[in-house]
Every structure is written in structure tokens, then in C-alpha cells.
Ligand binder design. Structure first.
Ligand SMILES: [Zn+2]
Length: 150
């Protein structure tokens, strides 16, 4: 048996980010919506300051795919708009038009993406019932999340 993973990542989610995700999820329903999480790292804490939507023209009720070109453009625009010196990409979000948590594939995607970063990445899944499912990965390994709202 594997020993329990001792790594804990604190995730601070700003109400602006929650609101953007909630609004985009409601607008896209019954299809999935998704996008990027913007914020910064502060020691072992990830601050999720904002969320931006990246439209997937081929989204379905069970799939939203991040198009890299559109995502990069949305990221550049958001960073320029917010004008915050620390703000950058810290993870992804998408909605589930059902009351279900992040899938195995969702969790695998964020683990793989985290291999390219020195700091942990966050995945937020907004469920239809309003519950937010939060995951984090560091260097390809899933982390235990301790989430707080600000
Ligand atoms: Zn999903």
C-alpha cells in the first residue's frame, strides 16, 4: 500500500473567479464551458484571483477542450486587462452540466500539465448542483487541497 500523500496545497479562491465560472457554466448549459484560472503562487498557497472563459466551439454536454491558440490569446488579453504584475496562468476550470466531480481524465490532464511547472496547478470543476470540485497537481502528482474562499 502507498503511504498517504503528505503534500497539501492551500487554494484561495476569489469570489470574482467563482462568479465568472458560475455565470459561464449557466450560459453554456447544457453544454460544458471552460477556461483558464489566473492568479499567483505564494509559497505553498495558490491564489485563484480570476477565471477567464475560453470558448470551445465543439463543446458537448460531456466535453470541453482547451484550444491552445484561443487560450493563449485569452490569457494575453486578460493579463493586459488586469494589469496585475503577479497574475498568470495557474490552472484550468470547466463545468459539468451534471452533478459529477472531475473525471479520471480531468485529473490526469491537470497532472500531466503540472509537469511543465515548478509550482502546483489547480483544476476547478463546477458541477450543475453548484458544488465546486477542486484538485491540484504538482510535478505530475495529485495533491491534497485545502480550499478557502476570499
Ligand atoms: Zn470534466
Amino acid at each position: 500500500m502507498r503511504a498517504p500523500n503528505p503534500d497539501v496545497v492551500r487554494v484561495l479562491i476569489h469570489s470574482d473567479a467563482r462568479q465568472t465560472i458560475k455565470t459561464a457554466a449557466a450560459r453554456a448549459f447544457p453544454l460544458e464551458a471552460g477556461g483558464l484560472l489566473l492568479g499567483w503562487w505564494d509559497n505553498d498557497m495558490v491564489v485563484v484571483r480570476a477565471a477567464i472563459e475560453v470558448v470551445d466551439p465543439a463543446a458537448t454536454g460531456t466535453s470541453w477542450i482547451r484550444h491552445e491558440g484561443l487560450a493563449q490569446r485569452a490569457l494575453d488579453q486578460a493579463v493586459a486587462k488586469f494589469g496585475h504584475p503577479w497574475l498568470g496562468y495557474i490552472g484550468d476550470w470547466h463545468s459539468h452540466p451534471a452533478a459529477c466531480d472531475a473525471s479520471q481524465q480531468d485529473r490526469q490532464s491537470i497532472r500531466i500539465a503540472s509537469l511543465a511547472y515548478a509550482q502546483p496547478l489547480v483544476l476547478i470543476v463546477h458541477r450543475r448542483d453548484g458544488i465546486i470540485d477542486i484538485h491540484a497537481a504538482r510535478h505530475g502528482r495529485p495533491q491534497t487541497v485545502s480550499a478557502e474562499s476570499i
